[in-house]
Ligand binder design. Sequence first.
Ligand code: SF4
Length: 309
Amino acid sequence: MPTEGTALKKPDWLKIRPPGGERYRRVKANLRAHGLHTVCEEARCPNLHECWGGGTATIMLLGGVCTRGCRFCAVTSGHPQGWVDPLEPWKVARVLSEWNLDYVVLTSVARDDLPDGGASHFAQTVRTVKQKVPHMLIELLIPDFRGDREALRKVVEAKPDVIGHNVETVERLTPKVRDRRARYEQSLRVLETIKELDPTRYTKSSLMLGLGETEEEVLQTMRDLRSVGVDFLTLGQYLRPTRKHLPVVRYLPPEEFERYRRLGEELGFRYVAAGPLVRSSYRAGEFFIKSLIRGKVEPNVEANVQAQE
Ligand code: SF4
């Protein structure tokens, strides 16, 4: 097992494509002009150029400073001291109205400094985007809001099409990998509560592999997620953002991800995206829309889906 000081050599299948393309430049300029953050950049996502080049980006609400400090994550930790941009919902809606997209992912850092963890801000953003860009399908990737049911209710009642919350890793490794305030059981309860509040909302979760988990632990995590009704799952390789972060224990070959994908589908997930470079939001719209077209999900009544495969 590698220690903090050693690093495994990256295999060829993790080579990252270089940036470029007109669309990539346009999306970047557009986000900058509105002072918006993306998790793609903050978390040094390996697919940034592929996703942005395809005309989409995951927008990060509530600033770029997180009140937590997970040991795999490159987002800056600190104390935002209650700072919120009240105009952000409108800025996001405006940016999205200028892009030719069907699907967007909105996420945020953890904001334990806010009374509701930022839930009302998420809800306001969903409502504003739906109002200004009615055909847009919206996926939220939310923090755990400390498991607060009323905060989750605010988010659910805004009716985003998909609500994601990541368990990130298996139960045994959670205290080592995630911030101590994030608990495996709490994350499962968050996903369960969303379904209790509105069984028609689709839920999603993600796991990073290569942190030292066993196959049985991965399968148990999948079963746990299915037991609380999670619809969609993504599995990707953990990549160490800097030498200060947790080391990679193992690089899984693409065939292993493919096996997990099949096992996930057998367990009943509506779709599973699995691969070395898959991330929580990776091609999220494409997978959702394909599932929709194949009849594996029903469009929510609010959504006017215009997607074509
Ligand atoms: S909660 Fe953890 S994973 Fe999420 S942004 Fe903060 S430090 Fe990163």
